[in-house]
Design a protein around this ligand. Structure first.
Ligand SMILES: [Zn+2]
Length: 474
């Protein structure tokens, strides 16, 4: 029984082993079939594809070329091309990979296409020379020489020596530096373009809503710009029309990036105006005058120092004067009630309202007769040093800006309605004849020109050609 059982078990085991052997056999056959299939496919693949080089940028495949050497050559070409305008070889921070892959030869692209595709994907940099103003970059140039040239052009725009004026120093009010800085080649500016960018200033569009008591002058002031630029940027704005509260203005605000401060000295021959001595002649009718003796102007050589800020005068100081020829006084007889006649003026109602003081200061000489009724003072003298800014007393049009005899450098503004104001003995005139000026607008700097005994502003109010006491109107 045991033996029989053993025999059965032996037979069973034998059968199992045969079965197992068959499985191994079928596995072997399958493996052979698979390998044969793979070899066939591989053979086909080897016949139709070959090893080529894929170029990748940050892991993304951008081009396929024949060889690794060609890929390297293409990368070099892109870096040279990108750097060429700066006279440099560009660099990149991107991860460029060259990988040998098997691909259909159809996928290999012509070199020009590979260069274009890589150039598009690759972010390149060159060493730029950044012009920084107070720490922020305004523009970047390819070379230090170019950056220096740009700054020179900006300075030269405001520093123009003449036969009469020599320049002693030119500087920027801001901290201006040139620093090496990595830049993308397309961020580099040309010299002309960079200089123009700096000179144009920082321009912004702004929707401004007119507030109560706004004038063009206050709006310009609030936005740190000149009235002429405000009017130029707002063609619809007519300086003669009233501003409506709540009205919207599209303002282009312009703020200079830099202030070029120019200092220098100059000399010029100036006329010394003759003074007029009045003699009261009771036989003459009121307002009538008669010249008894003509005056003769003298001349002097004046040396002065000046300072300008982006071309606008900020200082003008007389250093020395050398009299070349003394003037001879004019002697005039006039009727007892006569005031000085001030030449042609617009005629009108004479309505004056809202004149403001042209500047702050003590009245050092009042309006009216002085020197024991031999001389009539046609305005008030406001005692201030040379170079103090004064402003227009009201809106108007400049009818005179220049030398005017004893008044020296002088401005007359016609306010309409027969009303004029005069500002005399200036050192600097900031407006021209025909220019519209606005109440509160700086128009000149006080000085000591003409017939004076010291620096001051002589201010007149003239109505229908006759002076009046300004204190009655301001
Ligand atoms: Zn005076």
């Amino acid at each position: 029984m045991v033996k029989k059982l053993n025999l059965v078990m032996m037979l069973k085991e034998k059968w199992q082993s045969i079965k197992a052997g068959n499985r191994k056999l079928s596995q072997l056959i399958f493996s052979i079939l698979v390998i044969t299939a793979l070899l066939s496919a591989g053979t086909y693949y080897l016949v139709s594809a070959s090893g080529v080089c894929a170029i990748s940028v940050n892991g993304e495949q951008v081009a396929v070329v024949k060889t690794k050497a060609e890929a390297q050559q293409i990368l070099n070409k892109v870096l040279h091309l990108e750097g060429a305008p700066a006279g440099q070889v560009a660099v990149t921070n991107d991860k460029v990979g060259f990988t040998i892959i098997r691909a259909q030869t159809d996928n290999v692209m012509p070199q020009v296409v590979a260069i274009k595709d890589l150039d598009q994907k690759l972010k390149t940099y060159v060493n730029g020379y950044a012009i920084n103003v107070n720490g922020s970059t305004l523009c970047t140039l390819a070379t230090k020489a170019q950056a220096d040239q740009v700054l020179q052009m900006v300075e030269n725009n405001y520093a123009k020596p003449t036969a009469q004026q020599s320049i002693s120093s030119v500087k920027f009010a801001e901290q201006v530096t040139v620093q090496v800085q990595q830049a993308q080649p397309e961020q580099l500016s040309g010299v002309q373009q960079a200089a123009q960018t700096i000179l144009n200033g920082d321009q912004h569009n702004l929707d401004y809503v007119i507030q109560p008591s706004d004038t063009l002058w206050t709006i310009a002031r609030k936005n740190d710009m000149l009235i002429k630029d405000l009017v130029a940027s707002n063609p619809k704005l007519n300086p003669q029309t009233l501003l409506q509260i709540g009205q919207h203005l599209d303002i282009v605000t312009v703020k200079p990036y830099v202030h070029v401060i120019v200092d220098g000295t100059g000399s010029m021959t100036e006329t010394i105006p003759y003074s007029t001595i009045y003699r009261t002649e009771t036989s003459l009718p009121a307002y009538a005058t008669q010249t008894l003796k003509e005056g003769v102007a003298g001349s002097k050589n004046v040396t002065y120092s000046f300072e300008t800020d982006n071309g606008s005068a900020t200082k003008n100081v007389v250093l020395s004067e050398q009299v070349l020829q003394n003037p001879v006084a004019r002697i005039v007889a006039r009727g007892a009630e006569a005031l000085t006649y001030l030449g042609s003026a617009s005629r009108g109602s004479g309505d004056v309202n809202g004149l403001i003081w042209p500047l702050r200061g003590p009245i050092t000489s009042p309006y009216g007769w002085r020197d024991n009724h031999t001389n009539f003072h046609t305005g008030i003298d406001i005692g201030v040093g040379v170079g103090t800014t004064y402003v227009a007393a009201a809106d108007g049009v400049v009818s005179l800006a220049g030398w005017d005899g004893g008044y020296g450098k002088c401005i007359v503004i016609d306010h309409g309605n027969g009303v004029q104001t005069r500002y005399a003995h200036s050192s600097v005139l900031m407006v021209n004849v025909g220019e519209h000026v606005y109440k509160g607008q700086p128009i000149g700097l006080s000085g000591n020109t003409g017939n004076t005994t010291g620096p001051h502003l002589h201010f007149e109010v003239i109505i229908n050609g006759l002076t009046v006491n300004p204190l009655d109107y301001i």
